[in-house]
Design a protein around this ligand. Structure first.
Ligand SMILES: Cc1cc2nc3c(=O)[nH]c(=O)nc-3n(C[C@H](O)[C@H](O)[C@H](O)COP(=O)(O)OP(=O)(O)OC[C@H]3O[C@@H](n4cnc5c(N)ncnc54)[C@H](O)[C@@H]3O)c2cc1C
Length: 324
């Protein structure tokens, strides 16, 4: 039986999230590797724009207009549509390892009695199953797991693959909703996560403060530069462990994996455990007063200097350019 791999997309403000473009790319790649096929699913009150975006990645998209998801939690509604598609032949479900993606995956395990491999940091096809790489035990070990049987669910962390559109756009098939698969809770209020923490993994520009910033106050220059560049603040484990900044900002083996267009690191040494979370940034700029700091090995531009001199000079230049 050739696998039929479903990418379940999530929308934010009507558009596909970056993680969903990666999930869809992965579904297509797994279909190519396994000799199967891929399709996508969007379940939203207004799915059309997101479904059109998703069709750039997979040959077929099912778009379900479900007004209920604007007032009820998403997963029970998405699960009903996945169950319908499973009855039509879908064998594997790929979803983002987000709050909603995890809800969906858990619901599907109960509904379909399928196996689940969670928090993949890499996925390839192996035999009759996706082979899922995940870090465990505080990133001290990496596991590789396959599903037993011909069906299953995988949740994928951001930046596990690079999103690449298909050679030609797919078709979109509108459907009316099934309704919730399980009792759905009502959403009373939606509150945006404070600051930019929510978007660190999707940010185009990330400005990182390492132990070199020296104190919580030292992060001011990091925050100012992030603000001037339209970027998001990140951190090393040393800064997080010192209590200068929240763990949600940590980049690296035991933090988040980022893949921005620009990574700007201030006072970051470039330890391997940090590098695994940032080394695939398109451009890496590092400021460090130690000319032998290991981050120089991965930096496109390595500035040897005191971050409290270089940082404010860069900020003044950015502000002057914006004003000028
Ligand atoms: C199992 C495990 C998991 C880990 N996971 C992570 C992880 O997810 N993320 C992570 O980041 N780390 C992680 N680490 C820790 C990692 O090994 C390093 O200790 C950490 O990344 C170092 O952070 P840092 O670069 O901020 O600090 P340091 O290594 O202390 O480097 C500080 C740098 O700042 C420079 N500096 C100091 N003052 C200035 C100044 N005024 N101007 C310019 N430069 C200055 C110094 O020259 C130095 O290079 C992990 C470690 C282990 C064992």
């Amino acid at each position: 039986m050739a696998p039929v791999i479903l990418a379940v997309a999530e929308l934010a403000d009507g558009s596909l999230t970056r993680l969903s473009t990666e999930v869809a790319t992965l579904a297509r790649q797994l279909a190519e590797q396994s000799g199967g096929s891929a399709l996508g699913l969007v379940v939203d009150a207004a799915p059309d724009a997101g479904a059109a975006e998703l069709a750039a990645f997979v040959p077929r998209v099912v778009a379900v207009a479900s007004p209920a998801v604007s007032r009820e939690v998403w997963a029970p509604h998405a699960a009903a549509e996945v169950r319908r598609l499973a009855a039509e032949g879908v064998t594997h479900v790929i979803a983002g390892a987000t709050a909603d993606g995890r809800d969906l995956a858990g619901t599907l395990v109960g509904l379909l009695d399928w196996g689940l491999l969670a928090n993949a940091s890499g996925v390839t096809w192996s035999g009759s199953s996706p082979e899922v790489e995940a870090t465990v035990l505080g990133a001290k070990a990496i596991t590789r797991s396959v599903l037993t049987g011909d069906t299953g669910i995988v949740t994928v962390r951001p930046n596990a693959v690079e999103a690449v559109a298909a050679a030609s756009a797919g078709s979109v098939e509108p459907r009316s909703p099934e309704g919730a698969a399980t009792p759905a809770a009502s959403v009373l209020e939606r509150v945006a996560e404070a600051g930019a923490e929510a978007s660190l993994e999707e940010a185009r520009i990330v400005v990182v403060g390492g132990r070199g910033v020296g104190s919580p106050e030292g992060f001011a220059i990091v925050e100012d530069l992030a603000g001037a560049l339209g970027g998001v603040v990140g951190a090393t484990r040393a800064s997080v462990d010192a209590g200068w900044i929240a763990y949600a900002r940590q980049i690296g083996q035991t933090g988040k994996v980022v893949k921005p267009a620009l990574y700007l690191g201030l006072g970051v040494s470039g330890a391997m455990q940090h590098r695994v979370g940032m080394q695939s940034a398109e451009a890496i700029v590092a400021v460090n007063r130690d000319p032998d700091a290991p981050i120089a090995e991965v930096a496109d531009l390595f500035v040897v200097g005191d971050l409290f001199e270089v940082g404010p000079a860069l900020l003044a230049e950015l502000r002057a350019r914006r004003g000028g």
